[in-house]
Each structure stands twice: as structure tokens, then as C-alpha cells.
Design a protein around this ligand. Structure first.
Ligand code: SAM
Length: 324
């Protein structure tokens, strides 16, 4: 590892192995520093107007404006707004409008991209393999206008309670919650669903601006553990799909170990999966195709990324696949 990389890691408070990998990802030292600088900036909170309860979103912006909030519409998602000004009180999570389910609150806007890109409809039976706290489940229910079916899985007892609260608060009616490890899903539901969302549990290496503790929290062993679990979840998700079904794999991590390498290894095991060209609502950055001498499966080329220094949002990975 070069002295330059070590110095950068020290200056921004990261474990050196992380910054060393960022250079392998971006291949440009100046850009790595730009990204680290972007991770120091706070993101604006985001509000998604819940059209299941409030069809006219202007009413929400007006009601919140009366409380002192200034919302700015996100140009690629008509129902979502960045919060550009907040009053001292109330907080966004304690307004009457929040408590009665008129909006969902995010810490950044990247979470809006996966449901929009998967495009679930009322004709779909969808499985959401890692669903709590429910931002993406409830967004999909909204896109599906509370029709069709969502099976939302979450193995963690405490987190499934939060998921249930959110589903109830937002008036979601097309969703069944099941306490299940996603690695078991294809045993219970083999070749069942037309769509799957796998928002995989990850190290969160893309949300350091939200949780700076992640600069030092993850060891290389943790990364390997996540990688193995993510592959097992993806295999299961694929096996739970009907022929012709689509799956969106996403993480809030910029680590290739949790993204391109997961996809590459699972895709190499099977020839019944295609990666679909993305029609995401924002222009995504390309995936990492060469990483420490590993050449990623060519199909992964069609996946995409967001970065804080390019997109002014969390670092996410997004990949849409289709079962033949
Ligand atoms: N999709 C959620 C949303 O939009 O609100 C966020 C999901 S969060 C990135 C990952 C979730 O996966 C956590 O709630 C975690 O408890 C859950 N999880 C961890 N291990 C899992 C497993 N083996 N199967 C399914 N979910 C798992």
C-alpha cells in the first residue's frame, strides 16, 4: 500500500485497506479523494408522499410548509421531495402527517431507485427478500397501487416489528409479512414469483455520510462473510422466480466484493440468467469489471452504480436480471 493511500486513510479516518480498494475501484487518486470528501457531507432527508393515503401530493407539501418545512421535488420521482429546510420543531419523524402515514422518510434519495427500476405492477407476485424497515416494500406497494401481491421477508424479530408498523402506518394492503431467512425462500416458494427484490444485507460502505462509524467498523473477515451470505441469498432469490421472472439486486455499498463479485460468481454457475440493460431514473456510473486481477462476468457490464461525489446521494449498486 502506498504512503499516499495510507495518508488519505488517516486524514479521513478510514481503515487503510478500504481506501486502498477505492483506488482499485476508481483507478484515480484524485477521484478517490473527491469521494471521501463527498462522504463528509450531510445528505438532505427525503420524503416520499404516500399516494396510497394522499393522492394529491401538493397537499402534503403545503401542510409541511405550514409547519416550516421547505420541500423540493426530485425531478426523477414525482412523489418524492428533498427537505431543504426544517424547523427546530417538530422533527420529520414526529409530525401528525408522518404518524398518520402520509409520507415515508428516507435519509437519502438512492433508496427510491430500486423499486422504480424493478417496475412492479398489479399483475405481479413480488418477493422482497430483505424487507425491514420497509422503505422499498411500501414504495413497491405504492407503485402497484396496493394491488397484486408482495411477500416481504425479514428474519430479525425486532426489525420485522418496525416493518409491520411501517406497512400498517402507510395503509399497505397487498403485502404479507413472513419471518424467514431469505436463504430459505426457495425451499418454501420454488418457481413462484414474477419479480424479486434483493436489497441485500451489507456493510453499508455506501452510506458512510449517514453512519461515519462504518469508516472503521468492517474488517476484511466481515466483508467475506457478507459476500458469502449475499451469494446464498441471490441463489435463493433466483430459484424462487418463475421462468421469465425479474430480480433486482441492490446494496447500499460500493464494495465490489458485495456487488459485482457476488453477481459474477453466481452468474458463472448458471446459464439461465440474463442481466437486463437498466432503465434507471438516473444516469448510473458503470460497474467495476476488473478488480485486483479478477475479470468479472461480462453480463455484469449492464449493472450500475451511484456515487456520492457524482450523484450527490448514497453509494448504491443496482442490477436487474431476468430468468430465462
Ligand atoms: N429493503 C429494506 C428497506 O428498503 O427498508 C432495507 C433492507 S436492509 C439493507 C437489509 C435487511 O436484511 C435487514 O433488515 C436485515 O435484518 C435483513 N437480513 C439480514 N440477514 C438476512 C437474511 N439471511 N435473509 C433476509 N434478510 C436478512
Amino acid at each position: 500500500m502506498s504512503e499516499e493511500v495510507r495518508g488519505l486513510a488517516e486524514r479521513y479516518g478510514y481503515r487503510p485497506y478500504m481506501v486502498s480498494r477505492y483506488l482499485e475501484i476508481l483507478k484515480d487518486f484524485r477521484e478517490v479523494e473527491e469521494m471521501l470528501r463527498a462522504f463528509e457531507k450531510r445528505l438532505r432527508p427525503v420524503v416520499r408522499c404516500n399516494t396510497l393515503k394522499l393522492p394529491n401530493c401538493q397537499e402534503l407539501t403545503e401542510r409541511l410548509a405550514r409547519l416550516g418545512f421547505l420541500l423540493r421535488n426530485i425531478e426523477w420521482c414525482s412523489e418524492a421531495y428533498e427537505v431543504v429546510k426544517e424547523p427546530e420543531k417538530p422533527s420529520l419523524g414526529s409530525t401528525h402527517e408522518y404518524l398518520t402515514g402520509l409520507y415515508y422518510l428516507y435519509r437519502g434519495k438512492a433508496s427510491l431507485i430500486p423499486p422504480i427500476t424493478l417496475e412492479p405492477t398489479k399483475e405481479d407476485d413480488v418477493v422482497d427478500l430483505a424487507a425491514a424497515p420497509g422503505g422499498k416494500t411500501t414504495h413497491m406497494a405504492q407503485i402497484m397501487r396496493n394491488e397484486g401481491l408482495i411477500v416481504a421477508l425479514e428474519p430479525n424479530k425486532e426489525r420485522i416489528k418496525i416493518l409491520r408498523n411501517n406497512v400498517e402506518r402507510l395503509g399497505v394492503k397487498n403485502t404479507v409479512l413472513i419471518k424467514l431467512d431469505g436463504r430459505e425462500v426457495s425451499k418454501v416458494f420454488k418457481n413462484t414469483f414474477t419479480k424479486a427484490l434483493l436489497d441485500a444485507p451489507c456493510t453499508g460502505e455506501g452510506i458512510i455520510m449517514i453512519d461515519p462509524a462504518r469508516k472503521t467498523k468492517t474488517s476484511l473477515e466481515d466483508l467475506v462473510r457478507h459476500h458469502e451470505k449475499q451469494k446464498e441469498l441471490l441463489r435463493n432469490a433466483l430459484d424462487s422466480l418463475k421462468s421469465g421472472g425479474r430480480i433486482l439486486y441492490t446494496t447500499c455499498s460500493i464494495a465490489p466484493e458485495e456487488n459485482e463479485l457476488v453477481l459474477s460468481e453466481v452468474l458463472k454457475e448458471r446459464d439461465d440468467v440474463d442481466v437486463v440493460s437498466l432503465e434507471a431514473p438516473v444516469r448510473l456510473a458503470p460497474p467495476v469489471m476488473d478488480y485486483y486481477g479478477i475479470h468479472v462476468d461480462d453480463r455484469v457490464r449492464r449493472c450500475g452504480r451511484t456515487y456520492p461525489h457524482i450523484h450527490e446521494m448514497e453509494g448504491f449498486f443496482i442490477c436487474l436480471m431476468k430468468l430465462k
